[in-house]
Design a protein around this ligand. Sequence first.
Ligand SMILES: [Zn+2]
Length: 167
Amino acid sequence: MEKEDIVIDKISDTPEKSCIIVIKHLFPWSESELDAKRLDELNHCFEDAFLEAASYGCVKEMCIVGNSNPELKGNVYIEYETWEEAALALERIAEKNYGAKVVKVYSTDIKSLTAMRCEGFEHKQCEKSETCEKFHVLPPAPGLKKDLLEWCKLRWIAEKDKPIHFP
Ligand SMILES: [Zn+2]
C-alpha cells in the first residue's frame, strides 16, 4: 500500500467512545478507613474533581469509590453527556498534576455508572469485600452532588447559546 493511501479517520482514530472516564486512585481512603476528618476530605475531593471535570463538558454523573479492592480504591468516575466531552477531559486532565499527585486518567468501557453500583454495599452488606468488582460509592455530603450537577447543567446550557470561541 502506498503511503498516500493511508487515510486517518479522525473519529475511528479515537479508540473508545465511552462517555465515562476514570481518574485512578485520586481519593486516598477506602470505605473502612473513613472517619469524620476524611469525610471532610471526601467532600473537598468530590468538589475539586467535579469542578475540574465540569470545565470540559457537561457532567451527567460522578462518583468516588471506596472499595478496598486495590484496582478500585479511590477511583473517581466521571460520566459526560457526550463522548467528545469525555475525550477532551481525558486529554486535558492527563496533562495536570494535583498537588504532589500525578494523575492517571483513562477512558473506560463502562456504559452506565448507575449499573456499576454495588447493591450490597448500598444496604451495608457486601460480603465480597475486597474481591467485589462493583462500585462501593462513597457518598459526599447530602446535597453537594445534586447542587454541583444542577449548576453544571445550567452552565453548559448557557454555554451552548454562546458563539463558539476558539482560544
Ligand atoms: Zn460490593
